[in-house]
Design a protein around this ligand. Sequence first.
Ligand code: IPD
Ligand code: CA
Ligand code: CA
Length: 253
Amino acid sequence: MRQTAIKAAKEAGKIIMQSFKRSLTVKHKNVVELLTKVDTDSERKIISIIKEEYPDHEIFSEETSNKKMSSDDLWIIDPLDGTTNYVHRFPFFCVSIAYSHKNNVVLGVVFDPLRDELFFAEKNKGAFLNDQKIKVSDIEQLSDALLATGFAYERGSIMKKNLEKIEKFLSSGIHGIRRTGSAAIDLCHVACGKADGYWEYHLKQWDHAAGSLIVTEAGGKITKINGEDYEVFKNDIVASNSKIHEQMLKILR
Ligand code: IPD
Ligand code: CA
Ligand code: CA
């Protein structure tokens, strides 16, 4: 299963890199959300590799209309996380693949093809970046933190709520806030200690399924923004090195 997930992520990464910097046909899913042929080609490749090995498993993938949620064996896929970046050649995008058994993510791969960085985690077996074990940062105070967040495509009440939280965090005296444009990469940054915490409203399960396991296996914590236990099909999330989690929740609640 590990080999299948890694092979699928790497093959998708090849497709993504072949078209990077070439002219792209860009469609609009709605006013702000973009779609390229690379999203769908990458998805097709990933699904064919998984289905070859696991024909009975179900697929929940961003660009597939036929999404199955209720299966014991479910693959949750974002074939290109960071499409807006990719279209603009802003260098943060990746492939995210998770395998969930009975609604628990037990395997996660996030592959950044531009940097050739493969993040991988399996339940109870630790988290790795290109075979090197990774762990979260060890800062204890929010005031020492570099955080990341994302802006939902929704530009109404969710945007306003997030802007309020950004203001609160910044005025609480943290070191800074970054916005890469790829939720899966943000989660991996928390997992390897490049960021200390991350939150985002209104994500989709394919954005965070793989990254959630990578964070927890690296010693971090992920919950819903209201503080309840993480659930793969819920979409307002906060992840951290665990030590600053309560301090982040205090601002986010
Ligand atoms: C998006 C990215 C972005 C996040 C959005 C996601 P997409 O995914 O992860 O960082 O802020 O909420 O939808 O559309 O590029 O796959
Ligand atoms: Ca995404
Ligand atoms: Ca995507």
